[in-house]
Design a binder for this molecule. Structure first.
Ligand code: PLP
Length: 431
């Protein structure tokens, strides 16, 4: 960073020069880790363009219909392009899927019947899924409310405890679920290779078990996706990685055709399936976002590495570690106090493009058990592929940093958050 930029940053963003210098030093330490990310990005970029070409994406595909949405060409193209990228037989990609949670709920409630068991093998699932399952404070309409059985196998040393998994599967087990990403926990994301090893073991003994992977935050971190590792069905959110920051809303499921058909029946109605559902003209932004996604994801991961190096050097525990192979875009930092989480998030918010003047506060978000603080000043509300940070207000007070559509924006977020902590004497700038 040259003098011009340093001086401009200090003045425009009211940050201390020693903070900017510190982050620049951290960048110098971490830059050598960027190259492998660029190689993954390059492969995925060509994969996405290839899928668009193979599906003969044409300018008329951006037109849309009204009413039932029969023969909505754009919708059909989007779904076959997603299926192609994920190496799936079929995909369901809709703006009307409200979120990742909604997509996962469609998959689970579409496939599971009363008396069937869902077995989570990555420990307790992401907070919102707990309500979907009905574990905590049973929401009416949860899976357990419908008579679905549930069990989970905790991770063992941050890995799937495969022996325990194999002995936990019983006659009623129908879906084995794997959460790829960290979620609001203190473990690293599971890599595609790890997922593959586990799925192979399970399928060898239980070929009929359906393996679902919660792919939220994991898309484009690797050159392969979970279906290629043997998963039957995956689901995720379009306002995370695969929307590239441009998708206005939506979620997806991809996988075996018979399963996607059931899930589609759940989304619309039996008999209607994938054939209805208007896209309201979102096809262009969904696909342009998908086109940008490999690049945006790699920028976000570079940002995560910078955050990781910065706070690791300041003495905080981080997840994943600098040397861990990354399989999601999240960087967790163990801040140990509510105040640090809060100041970190306020700094990220202050670096935002939209709502930079707003101060985030922890609140009781729907679907979550603890108060959550969220710094999110994106062009798309709640989009966490954009620069954002959040965390549940519970011990040991982790903040989860993710996103940044450009690396420069990520860096500004690191500078602003550190400046906030530094001014309040919550960190010392010693390396
Ligand atoms: C984000 C996320 C979800 C879904 O969250 P939404 O906010 O509903 O999109 C599910 N699982 C994991 C691991 C996630 O990170």
């Amino acid at each position: 960073m040259n003098e011009l930029t340093i001086n401009y940053l200090c003045k425009q963003y009211d940050v201390k020069q020693e903070v900017v210098q510190f982050v620049n030093d951290m960048e110098a330490r971490v830059e050598n880790r960027f190259k492998p990310l660029e190689e993954i990005r390059e492969f995925n970029q060509y994969k996405v363009i290839g899928a668009m070409q193979d599906n003969r994406l044409g300018s008329t595909d951006f037109h849309w219909t009204t009413g039932y949405g029969y023969g909505d060409i754009g919708r059909e193209k989007v779904e076959s392009i997603f299926a192609n990228i994920f190496k799936a037989e079929s995909a369901l990609v809709r703006p009307a899927i409200a979120s990742g949670t909604h997509a996962l709920n469609l998959v689970l409630s579409g496939i599971l019947r009363p008396g069937d068991q869902l077995l989570y093998i990555t420990g307790a699932p992401y907070d919102t899924l707990q309500k979907v399952i009905g574990k905590k404070g049973s929401a009416p309409g949860s899976l357990m409310d419908y008579g679905v059985l549930y069990d989970e196998v905790p991770l063992l040393n941050n890995s799937i405890d495969i022996e325990k998994v194999l002995s936990s599967i019983n006659n009623s087990t129908k879906i084995v679920a794997i959460q790829r990403s960290t979620g609001y926990s203190d473990r690293r994301a599971l890599t595609i290779d790890e997922i593959q090893t586990v799925i192979h073991r399970i399928k060898k003994e239980y070929p009929n078990i359906i393996v679902m992977v919660d792919n939220c935050y994991g898309e484009f971190l690797d050159t392969r996706e979970p279906i290629e590792a043997g998963a039957d069905i995956i689901a995720g959110s379009l306002i995370k990685n695969p929307g590239g920051g441009l998708a206005l809303s939506g979620g997806y499921a991809a996988g075996r055709e018979d399963l996607i058909d059931i899930v589609a029946n759940r989304l619309t109605a039996p008999g209607l399936g994938k054939d209805t559902g208007l896209t309201f003209g979102t096809t262009r932004t969904t696909l342009q976002g998908l086109f940008m996604a490999p690049h945006v994801v790699s920028e976000a991961v570079k940002g995560a590495l910078l955050v990781a190096m910065t706070y690791k050097s300041l003495g905080f525990n981080i997840v994943p570690e600098l040397d861990d192979k990354r399989s999601d875009i999240i960087q967790g930092i163990e801040f140990l106090t509510e105040e640090r989480v809060s100041e970190f998030c306020k700094g990220i918010q202050a670096a935002s493009t939209v709502d930079s003047y707003v101060v985030p506060e922890a609140w009781d978000m729907p679907g979550y058990a603890d108060r959550i603080i969220m710094a999110a000043g994106g062009f798309i509300e709640g989009s966490s592929i954009e620069l954002s940070a959040d965390g549940p207000m519970r011990e040991p007070y982790y903040a989860y940093y993710q996103g940044g559509l450009t690396y420069d924006h990520c860096k500004l977020g690191v500078i602003k958050s550190l400046d906030n902590l530094y001014r309040k004497n919550l960190v010392d700038l010693v390396k």
